[in-house]
Design a binder for this molecule. Structure first.
Ligand SMILES: CC(C)(COP(=O)(O)OP(=O)(O)OC[C@H]1O[C@@H](n2cnc3c(N)ncnc32)[C@H](O)[C@@H]1OP(=O)(O)O)[C@@H](O)C(=O)NCCC(=O)NCCS
Length: 195
């Protein structure tokens, strides 16, 4: 059973595409570089991120490369969140840190700040969760947020995550040591609320 997660990842014929009513999760492409640069250079988006806002387009080029290579190694699924109407990159959503033995992974996400508050990020994260639980057979998905990140907390609670505790001064955001709040969602909870 534990090996299943790796086997299922290895068996993926291509980067999976998940299509919802308003957003699509798809593979990163070189024509996403400008969209991803706009996302990761925005200080509002990067406020609680563990790395500084991007300063040059080259960093976004490197990011697309990393996202693609991480999938090639089946280390993470780093989806571009695209607007369904024009397929342009508006965010990212990542399943990463797969632990096959314990059937768990982490999730992370970001959306262009001009689009916040419309439920688009919740739609994207819900699709990634559903795929992680159903297709990969994960038992638990975790998210690790800065406790001051109210929008991220609201999104996780809305999707059924529980807050499981605060780890003190676990990350440096710039020069500041910041707390980290761990959230968890179990497969049975996800399936229970979708029935
Ligand atoms: C977290 C993030 C993806 C949420 O995007 P979003 O488009 O606002 O998400 P949604 O509209 O799907 O829902 C978010 C919830 O937060 C609420 N919310 C949005 N902005 C908020 C804010 N500034 N303060 C408090 N709550 C906020 C929304 O009302 C919604 O709550 P509801 O479900 O009770 O209605 C977005 O704020 C973001 O990209 N932040 C920067 C990156 C980041 O911090 N990612 C998380 C790292 S783990």
């Amino acid at each position: 059973m534990p090996g299943d997660i790796h086997a299922r990842l290895a068996a993926l014929p291509a980067f999976p595409t998940l299509t919802g009513a308003r957003v699509r999760l798809r593979e990163p492409r070189t024509d996403d570089i400008d969209g991803l640069f706009a996302l990761f250079a925005d200080p509002r988006v990067m406020r609680y991120w563990s790395s500084a806002p991007m300063r040059s387009r080259m960093q976004a080029e490197g990011k697309v490369e990393e996202m693609r290579e991480a999938f090639e190694r089946r280390e993470s699924l780093d989806w571009v969140v695209a607007d369904r109407r024009d397929d342009l990159a508006i965010g990212s959503c990542t399943l990463f840190r797969f632990d096959a033995r314990h059937r768990r992974a982490e999730i992370g996400y970001a959306l262009r700040s001009a689009l916040w508050g419309r439920g688009l990020a919740s739609d994207a994260v819900a699709m990634a969760l559903d795929w992680g639980f159903r297709t990969l057979g994960l038992h638990r998905i975790e998210a690790d947020i800065d406790p001051r990140n109210e929008a991220s907390r609201a999104l996780l609670l809305r999707l059924g995550f529980s807050s499981e505790g605060v780890l003190r001064e676990r990350f440096f955001v710039g020069d500041q040591a910041t707390d980290s709040e761990l959230f968890g969602l179990l497969a049975q909870e996800w399936h229970g609320r979708r029935r």
